[in-house]
Design a protein around this ligand. Sequence first.
Ligand code: AMP
Length: 189
Amino acid sequence: MRIIIMGPPGVGKGTEAVVLVKQYHIPHISTGDIFRELYKDRTTVGKIAKEYISRGELVPDDITNEIVRHRLNHQDVKNGFLFDGFPRNTLQADALDELLKSHETEVSAMIALEVDDEVLVQRLLKRGETSGRPDDANESVVRNRIKIYYKQTAILKNYYFDASKYYGVNGVGSVEDITERLKAVINNL
Ligand code: AMP
């Protein structure tokens, strides 16, 4: 099963992704986590990525697609994966399609968590108090990430809808409730 979980920043994608990958025994591929690892390890790519991340902007597509290409060459993705935070625009979605085609496979579903904006800003600022993530702590950066999401990423709904791969899930509720909604979709694929 090859799933993309999508939703605006702060919606709880990462939390749900962690629960789902345990249940379905597939790797969790978070491009945000990969970038954070890369800058923790002081790599050149990590340092470049951090500049964009701190401003709440997207890391350039060529860099992002390259780390995904690299990740998809690992053996553990043979039985599927859960992408979290990728693709974030149509060029990345095209790149993912191409990459998967070269592995003779394709995305099974894109599942989007849907939540109201103001709820998100408050959740992210709260997360910033404890997460240590520089892009969570500042309100204008948080708002910028949400704006980019609606400008670039939300368009992907049409992209996957046209491919009959789009599933919307209500992202308001307890972690457990949302997990159940997501599983209902996944188990029906
Ligand atoms: P996330 O942990 O998914 O919220 O990602 C944190 C930050 O990493 C984002 O705000 C972007 O700056 C960067 N990032 C993560 N994934 C991508 C992606 N697919 N394309 C571009 N930038 C990304």
